[in-house]
Design a protein around this ligand. Sequence first.
Ligand code: SF4
Length: 671
Amino acid sequence: MSRNFKTGWCGTILDINLTTGSITKSQLDQNDARLFLGGRGLNSKTLFDRVPPGADPLGPDNILCIAPGVLTATLLGLSSRLQVTTLSPYSGILGDGNAGGAFAYVMKRAGYDQIIISGKAETPHYLWIDDDTVSLLPADDLWGTSVWETTDRLMQRHGKNTSVACIGQAGENLVRLASTMVDKYASAARGSGAVWGSKYLKAIVVRGSQKVALHDRERYLALAKADRKYLAKDSVQQEVSAVYGSHYGMVNWFPGYRNFEKVLPGDAVPEAPEALRPQAWKQYEIGRIGCQSCHIKCKNVYKIPSGNRKGERGEALEYEAIYCMGTNCGIEDPVAILEMENLADIYGVDVIALGNTIALAKDLYNRGIITDADTDGLKLTWEDAEAQIELIHKTVFREGFGNLIAEGLYSLAKHFGPKAMALCYHVKGLSRGPHPPGLYALSHAVSSRGADHLRGRSWSAGDNSSEDILTTLVDRQIISDDPIQSITAGERATAIADTIGRCKGAVNTWACAVPLVWKSGEAWKSDQAGKSEQAGKVGLWDGLAELLTAATGIDFTGDDIADIADRIHAVERAFNIRQGITIEHDRLPQKPEVKKGPEGEKQQMEHFKMLSAYYKKHGYDPDTGIPLPETLQRLAISEIGIRLAEDGPYPLWDGPLLWDPDSYPTGGTRE
Ligand code: SF4
C-alpha cells in the first residue's frame, strides 16, 4: 500500500523560538510519524530529543510540545483532544496534560501536527495562527488578566471561529500547579501553565479552514460511523449523557476524605455527605456542552446559586474537583466547591494538584505539625471553606504561605521535613492516595507522569468493571484479569488514545478510549477489506489498526499498535530515568502507621515482586526498570538506549528544581 504522510497527518511541524522570535515550518519526520503517530507519542519523543537531562523546567532549555492526535478533525467521534507535554515544573519529570475543547480540531485544520515552543521572550507575547499565516504578537495588554478575560478579548480581536489556549495569573506567576487552559474551561495539567509563563507566552489563538485528507475516505467514514453507533448505545455513555455528565465518576469510585484518611463511597452508603452525592449536583445544572466532534456532551454547565460568586456560570464540574478541592480537603459545601472550581478555571490552576496540596497543608495544620505562624494566621481547619478560598488566592499570587503551596505537594512536604513527608502520599510528586499492593497501586507506581488514574488503572480488569465492553473483553479472554497483563493493556489503551487524539471519556472507558475495540473477539468479517482471508478472531487493536490504515494509507496491524504504545512508554521511561527516576521511585505510598510496622515491609516486598514482573513483561531490566537494549532494538529506538548510557549517571530525583522563594513574579489582581 502507498505511504502518504499527508493523509491523516498534515505533514507540518511549527517551531517557535521565543528567544530569537523565529517561526519555522518543517516537514513531519516520516519515521517519527510511523513510530509515534501524533499527540502524546510525538510529543514525548520530541521532549526526549530536545530537553537535556537536568534542565530547569522554568528555564529557556525546556520546551512546550502541543499536538492534536493523528485522527483529530477526521469525523471520528471524541477525537478533539490536545496533548500538551513538557518537563514538568510541578514534578520534575515528564509532565503532560490532555485537554478537550476545540483547539486540537482547529489546529489540525490549520495544517499542523505539532507546535514546539522553545526559548524565552523578553516581553509578553501571543501566537496568532491563521491557517498558513503565523505571527508572534505583543501581549503586554493581556498580561495580568485571567484565562476568561484573555480568551474573550482574543476571540473578539480575531473572530469567533477561533480557539484559544492560554494561561491566567497562576501561569504568569510561575505557580507550579498552573495549567494550560483551552477555550476557558478545559485544562492540560502537570504544571505546563508555569512553563508558558516562564517563556512570556500568554496565549495561542488559532483559526483553521483546511480539510484533513484521508487515504480511503469511504472506508474510514464507514468505520467511524459504526463506532459512533456503538457508543450511542453503550450504557455507561448513555448514563453520562442523560444523567450525570462529567462527574459520573462519583457513582462508581471512591473520593478521598481529609488527605486520604479514608475513602468515601460515592453513592449508596449513608456516610457519603448528602449534598455531594452524584445526583445532588443536578440541581445546579443549566445545560450541557461538549468538545468539538463529541456527541456525548459530558460537560455540565452550571450556575452558582449563592455566595460570593452567585450567578456565575461554570462548566465541566468533574469528580476530581469534587473530591480533591472538596472531600479530600474536608469541604462538604457544594457551593464552595463550585466557587473553587471556577476560581481554578479563571486563574488557570489544576484542581487535582491544588486540592491535594491544600489537603496536605490542612492535614499538617490539623495535626499541629504546622501552626498559624506558618500559615500567616490562616486557620486551616478542615471545614473552613472561606480560609481555603483565601489560600487559593494567596497561592495564585504567591502571597505568604501561598508561595509554598504554589511549589506543589512534594516541595511543600520537603519544606516541613520528615513528619510532613510521611503524610505526603505521592508517586514522583503526584498524589492519588495510599493503596495496598495490587493492581491499583502498581498502576500508580509505574505511571510515567507520577501517580494518576489516567495511565492505565481505569482500564484494568476489576476496576471499571461495570463497563459492558470491559466485561465482554475479559469474558472473551481478550483482556486477562492477571494484574500485569491487565495493566499493560490499560497502559496501551491510554497511550494510544492520547496519541490518536481520542477522549478517554467522562468515565475512562475502553469503548471511548479505543475506537472499534468492541469488535475484539468477534470472528473476522468478510467486509474487513484485505483481512477477510485471515483465520481467527479480531484482536484488541485490529479495529483501530484498520481505521488508521484507512486514514493514513500505512498498513498498520494490531501488533504495530501495541508496539507504538510500548515504544511511547519506553521513551517516557527513558526521559524520566534521565531526570533521576529509579526503581525506588516506582514506589508504594503508605500511611505512616502501616509503613512503620512489619505489615508495611511485607506490603513493600509484595509490591516490588509485582514491579519486577511488570518490568519483565515490558522488556525492562527486572532489577532496575531500565529498558533493555534488545527491547529498544525490537521497538526500533535503539538510539534512545545509546543516549541514556551516554548522558548518565543521573542525580537521583528529589522533586523539581526550585527557585529562591523571593525570585518569583507576583503580578495580576484577584478576581
Ligand atoms: S466525553 Fe466529554 S470530555 Fe470527552 S470529548 Fe466528549 S464532551 Fe469532551
